[in-house]
Design a protein around this ligand. Structure first.
Ligand code: NG1
Ligand code: ZN
Length: 542
């Protein structure tokens, strides 16, 4: 029961390059879009097998998602990743299979790997078809790459596969929809279902806390000229009462070359400055918050311009994590005692000042995970309330089943319990989500009754620098201790010496999972010391 002929025919239609060396990394496959044809075919096949291997209670294959995006990368790139039934990432033990299949140069090799798995898993399903959902962001290369998967799906009959093509979606929308297909209690598996879940929970939280929509902070959103622009417009159409609170800039999805160029969350975080389209006059408006999404709307950073000190103020993933933690701690403090475990998960890129604030002021456990949201997500699942954010703005808050059971005991008597339960609907439970996180930020500011300035003053970032070094072979760089220490090459002791001699110094070196480069992070008490530390560690790496 293996569709050998069909697969061979499509394999040969999109042949791999001569010596393929693809690798399923932190963000799936990601590269120049022109090289992705054969990879799309491999991914579509792995997604089918993955679906066959994940059975529900009735022994039917669960739905798997395929998202075509290259997030914040330049317009000429694209990428693809697989979403698991509960909306999380493809498990790590499947990544080598993805890498292996994409690197087969002949159909014979390809079949020798996929056929045994396909047969093994489909025999457990009583011949029920695999189930897939697929979507893409607004990149120019998106439709062509998506059609490679559709070409395969349409060549296989209903006996093998059922699928739904959503065309344009944000990454978090596809994660939400994948989960909803498998778990109807999570939501309705449509875009409208997603928008309604967000707006219903938001409006209910406002009502419960006696907050008038007009009193919410006004938000100017830079959508990176990406899919987040179209989707914010659609969201506001379904919730007209919120419309007047949002201004949209960088929303030109008709010009594919404008995507992420001089705008978007990555640009703002990396350059620590305003994006095109938002000038210091807009950004220094009182009662206005500026926010940037990235190209697939799974990252959010906020910011404003401090006119008095002529300074750009960034509210990055660390600041968002801490704002949400403050809201959650505040709401929990209004309840009788409970034994919910709260934790905050960061990566080594989190500013040291934020980690100190978590430990010393919030008095919450702080965990350091490896870069890449799948690692943070995994750690967050160990808590009843697991707050995870990368400094670059990718993150969310996960609430456990125990959280819901505990809080339901209080929901009739305490509005804070009800608010917490609604936060579980407002905050995307599958993956970082710029729109959902932004709504959570707006609600937090309002309930805590603070403005952006007060939020930024929670703690002050230590000066920091992220440098990129192009080396001969980044695979020579091997790390340990959540990527904070180098094992190879043997230069860690020199880094340690430099760090000890720097006030509040911290520095680490790790190979990038998405670019052919090594990243050097440095942090210190002053900008001068930070620059010096960064330069010296870069010299060690070169
Ligand atoms: P790499 O290239 O592995 O540093 C980057 C980001 C990650 C993560 C991934 C996936 C930094 C320093 N690194 O990874 O946090 O978001 O891309 O998109 O921001
Ligand atoms: Zn992204």
């Amino acid at each position: 029961n293996f569709p050998s002929q069909t697969l061979e025919c499509i394999f040969n239609k999109y042949p791999p390059p001569k010596n393929p060396s693809f690798s399923y990394g932190t963000a799936g496959f990601r590269m120049n879009a022109s090289k992705l044809d054969s990879v799309m075919f491999s991914v579509a096949c792995i997604a089918i097998v993955r679906s066959l291997s994940c059975l529900n209670d009735s022994n039917e294959p669960q739905t798997i998602g395929i998202m075509i995006t290259a997030s914040h990368n330049p317009p000429e790139d694209n990428g693809v990743k697989i979403v698991d039934p509960f909306g999380d990432m493809l498990p790590q033990n499947w990544e080598p299979l993805a890498t292996q299949l994409s690197n087969c140069s002949s159909y014979k090799d390809f079949e020798s790997i996929i056929k045994p798995l396909w047969i093994k898993y489909s025999s457990n399903t009583l011949n029920k078809p695999a189930s897939l959902v697929i979507a893409r962001d607004t990149r120019e290369s998106g439709p062509k790459l998506l059609n490679i998967c559709i070409d395969l799906f349409d060549s296989l009959t209903n006996k093998y596969i059922t699928y739904k093509n959503f065309n344009e979606l944000t990454t978090p929308e596809l994660h939400y929809i994948t989960r909803s297909f498998n778990d109807s209690s999570f939501g309705i598996p449509t875009e409208l279902g997603y928008y309604n879940k967000l707006s219903n929970s938001l409006l209910e939280i406002l009502k419960l806390n006696n907050i008038n929509i007009n009193s919410l902070i006004n938000t100017t959103v830079d959508a990176a000229n990406g899919v987040g622009a179209d989707k914010l417009i659609s969201f506001l159409k379904t919730s007209p009462s919120l419309k007047s609170k949002f201004q949209l800039v960088n929303s030109n999805t008709n010009d594919p070359l404008a995507l992420n160029v001089k705008c978007g969350a990555d640009f703002v975080k990396t350059n620590q400055k305003l994006p095109n389209g938002i000038d210091s006059k807009i950004a220094s408006n009182e009662n206005t918050l500026c926010a940037s999404f990235d190209g697939d709307a799974d990252r959010l950073v906020c910011y404003f311009f401090d006119k008095l000190n002529n300074k750009f103020i960034l509210l990055d993933g660390d600041k968002i994590a801490i704002l949400l933690s403050r809201l959650i701690s505040f709401l929990i403090s209004k309840l009788p005692s409970n034994n919910l475990k709260i934790g905050i998960i960061q990566t080594a890129y989190a500013n040291g000042a934020s980690t100190n604030y978590i430990i010393n002021d919030l008095k919450l456990p702080s965990i350091c995970a490896k870069t890449g949201v799948k690692h943070l997500h995994h750690e967050a699942l160990k808590f009843d309330i697991g707050i995870y954010f990368e400094a670059n703005g990718h993150g969310t808050v996960l609430f456990s089943d125990k959280f819901s059971i505990e809080l339901k005991k209080f929901e009739n008597d305490y509005s804070s319990a009800k608010t917490l339960l609604l936060l579980k609907d407002l905050i995307n439970q599958t993956v970082g989500d710029a729109l959902s996180d932004l709504l959570a930020v707006i609600v937090s500011l309002s309930i805590l009754n603070i403005d952006a300035n007060e939020w930024s003053n929670t703690y002050h970032d230590l000066p920091n620098k992220l440098a990129k070094v192009v080396v001969k072979d980044r695979n020579m760089f091997v790390t340990t201790d959540a990527e904070r220490k180098l094992v190879e090459p043997p230069i860690q002791k020199f880094i340690d010496e430099l760090v000890v001699n720097t006030t509040f110094g911290r520095s680490f070196v790790r190979p990038s999972g998405t670019e052919d480069a090594v990243r050097v992070y440095a942090e210190a008490a002053t900008a001068e010391e930070c620059q010096k530390l960064s330069d010296e560690v870069v010299k060690l790496v070169e």
